[in-house]
Design a protein around this ligand. Structure first.
Ligand SMILES: [Zn+2]
Length: 298
């Protein structure tokens, strides 16, 4: 290796130079620089290409990766990690503070609603859903503010928890409500631009009907209870919430048999688990219908 002198290399470069059109024994001197002959320039070009080719390849690879990553994360968020694909569930414990709700058989609706809401939060988190509660203690929150919690979240689902009280007769079973139409609260951040934004607000993709069906179905199965069905009613919280929103009436407090069951923490845990199952079922349904190639109605 040592014995190898650098001279031949230089001489080869020199011969390359000698081959260049400038040194070529061509008579037409002005034409030479304008049209260099491809044959003598060849070896030098190939060497340059060999030097830059790996770098060029690396740039292409990086560009490819940069293009692939955002498109992979985009469409419906299907390729995102599970915790990023799921919507935030806003769990609303009905009543609270000065508003006790139904008071029957030694039970207060506001207490049962909060207890079930906290159980539902744990059940939803266990399934990977981010959860926000409208209240975590015995305080009253205005109906409009409850909906606003969901409206402040880009992608949300809203579940309000209540218990029934029927003075006319002891009803039984579970029912889930949704709003037939949505309205934007009047006192929402008043401004000139806000007025225009409200005017052009698109209708919601789901007024809550499909969501209500999933939740009601799961609760009826989970509690093995009378199915009072899914009902459209313009209740304030579900109406104000822009996202798919439902209000679950988880049983009748004035019905001694149901009140006895609802007084048990294990039963409320079953109720919360069933609601969480309903939320997960709705989300699965939504993801399936959003998947490309899905046949509508199948
Ligand atoms: Zn209520």
């Amino acid at each position: 290796m040592k014995s190898k002198p650098p001279a031949p290399k230089r001489s080869s470069e020199a011969s390359d130079l000698a081959d260049l059109p400038l040194f070529a024994p061509k008579p037409a001197a002005p034409a030479a620089p304008a049209s260099p002959e491809p044959k003598p320039a060849g070896p030098s070009r190939w060497r340059k290409l060999a030097t830059w080719l790996p770098l060029f390849g690396l740039v292409l690879l990086l560009a490819g990766v940069a293009l692939l990553v955002p498109t992979g994360l985009d469409e419906q968020g299907i390729f995102l990690p599970p915790n990023r694909t799921l919507p935030t569930v806003v769990v609303d414990a009905g009543h609270g503070g000065h508003d006790s709700g139904a008071l029957r058989n030694g039970l207060r609706e506001k207490d049962l609603a909060l207890d079930t809401a906290l159980r539902l939060e744990r059940q939803l988190r266990a399934r990977g859903f981010p959860v926000v509660l409208t209240r975590r203690d015995d305080t009253f929150v205005e109906l409009f503010e409850r909906a606003q919690v969901a409206n402040a979240i880009p992608r949300a689902l809203f579940v309000s928890i209540h218990f029934n009280d029927n003075t006319a007769a002891a009803g039984d079973g579970v029912e889930t409500f949704y709003a037939t139409d949505k309205i934007v609260p009047n006192n929402e951040g008043w401004s000139i631009t806000g007025m225009f934004e409200r005017r052009h607000e698109p209708p919601p993709a789901d007024n809550g009907f499909a969501f209500a069906q999933c939740v009601q179905g799961a609760v009826v199965v989970g509690l093995d209870i009378t199915d009072r069905g899914v009902k459209a009613r313009d209740l304030a919280v579900v109406r104000y919430a822009r996202c798919a929103a439902v209000l679950v009436e988880g049983g009748f407090l004035n019905n001694p048999r149901e009140a006895k069951k609802l007084a048990q923490p294990a039963y409320r845990e079953r109720l919360a688990t069933a609601i969480a199952e309903g939320v997960a079922a709705y989300e699965r349904e939504r993801m399936d219908s959003a998947r490309p190639g899905k046949i509508a109605g199948s």
